[in-house]
Design a protein around this ligand. Structure first.
Ligand SMILES: *Cc1c(COP(=O)(O)O)cnc(C)c1O
Length: 394
């Protein structure tokens, strides 16, 4: 036991030393950087008197996001969760339907499916991409689904599997070509949860431009923040028009009358938030460069630490390195927690991966595949400081 303890504390100390070496000092996991640019644009927004969704900052923010991502339409929302809810509605996923989603994700991915009235159906990820394992998904669907009029129906529950919400985890791209093929084969609509992947590419194509729709998030901890917010991306003109209508209370254009032609939502991002987003995007290139410098420093220092692997971008992809990620060799959760204690006690904000969705009370009864990789990585993954404030100069 004494030897074990020594080994463990050595690993803790080596990981702490590597984090200290790569960063410029202690810091939170991912703090927003807000300063003069944000103050200037927020002021201009207030001066204009247009702080609600009708303000011109919303259009400006949407246009700049479209330029960065190459998406034809970007529609800013109040949150990433609201954006995902809208994506699911556009896929016609609702009561009586199932939606595939990785168990290894932030709870919002599964919550949005429940908000749409559908049932999440959990699938596993692979260690290479940290995203949905397309091969296993294809094998699994072949076994549990029957094909009916071009749709996939769960043999056990009798419910149609309407959509797949894939996730670009921690800013690493999922294997979109393989996932597109599986979805096309089974008649399942592909939705991308790109909440963590603004600035992440597959070859030259931005994540979030592969699915019918995709959701971005601008929550306080994301790479670009508006305080809180999100956006839907799509190349489909009709879907974009429906989304704009549906998310502004489904109000028809009229000189003065309030005529709403369906049950709408109040989901559009206010201009005061978009003003912060415009300010953040002015610095986005710099954010990406500095985060890459930090990731490179981590990759170098962790190459010399046995017992742990630093996750790097896959070849053919460019990661935004939103949250830098370690994978411990050991699946002993006590070792993970000891490392977390050492790092956090020293002021280096670090967190475990999310508890897999099927292990959370609201989703305990949801249908699912074998989730052994999600369960294993939950015990082994540690996210280490990743904010601009801890990045070395580049
Ligand atoms: C942040 C996040 C969301 C939701 O974003 P909110 O803006 O907080 O609603 C959804 N999915 C993933 C994977 C996220 O990380």
């Amino acid at each position: 036991a004494a030897i074990c303890m020594t080994k463990q504390s050595t690993l803790n100390q080596k990981i702490l030393a590597a984090v200290q070496h790569a960063t410029i000092g202690p810091g939170a996991l991912h703090e927003p950087v807000l300063g003069d640019a944000e103050r200037r644009h927020a002021d201009a927004c207030i001066q204009s008197g247009w702080v609600s969704y009708a303000g011109s900052y919303v259009t400006q923010f949407e246009n700049e996001l479209a330029k960065i991502t190459g998406a034809k339409h970007v529609i800013a929302m109040t949150s990433g969760t609201a954006a995902l809810h809208v994506c699911l509605m556009m896929a016609d996923a609702g009561p009586g339907d199932e939606v595939l989603v990785p168990a290894f994700t932030f709870v919002a991915s599964a919550n949005a499916i429940a908000h749409a009235g559908a049932c999440p159906h959990f699938i596993d990820i692979d260690t290479k991409t940290l995203g949905v394992d397309a091969n296993r998904l294809a094998t699994y669907l072949e076994r549990v689904c029957k094909r009916q009029d071009g749709a996939a129906v769960n043999r056990t529950t009798g419910r149609e599997i309407k959509a797949l919400v894939c996730v670009h985890t921690f800013g690493h791209a999922a294997d979109m070509t393989a996932l597109e093929n599986v979805c096309a084969d089974f008649g399942i609509t592909l939705i991308e949860d790109a909440a963590e992947s603004l600035g992440t590419y597959i070859e030259d194509r931005h994540t979030g431009t592969f699915g019918q729709t995709a959701a971005l998030s601008f929550n306080g901890n994301k790479i670009v923040t508006t305080g809180g917010g999100g956006a839907v991306m799509t190349d489909d003109d009709a879907i974009a028009a429906t989304i704009r209508h549906l998310t502004t209370t489904a109000k028809q254009t009229h000189k003065w009358e309030f005529i709403h032609d369906m049950v709408g939502y109040n989901y559009r991002m206010p201009a005061i938030n978009a003003a912060l987003g415009v300010a953040q995007l002015e610095q986005f290139e710099t954010f990406l460069k500095r985060k890459r410098a930090l990731a490179n420093a981590y990759a170098e220092t962790f190459a010399h630490v046995p017992g742990v692997k630093f996750v790097q971008e896959r070849s053919g992809t460019t990661a935004n390195y939103w949250l830098n990620t370690l994978i411990l060799d050991s699946a002993d959760i006590k070792i993970r927690d000891a490392v977390l204690t050492t790092l956090n006690d020293a002021g280096y904000g670090s967190r475990p991966a999310w508890r897999p969705m099927h292990l959370l009370a609201p989703f305990a009864d949801a249908p699912r595949d074998n989730l052994s990789v999600s369960e294993d990585l939950y015990r082994r993954v540690i996210n280490i400081p990743s904010g601009i404030g801890v990045c070395p100069p580049c």
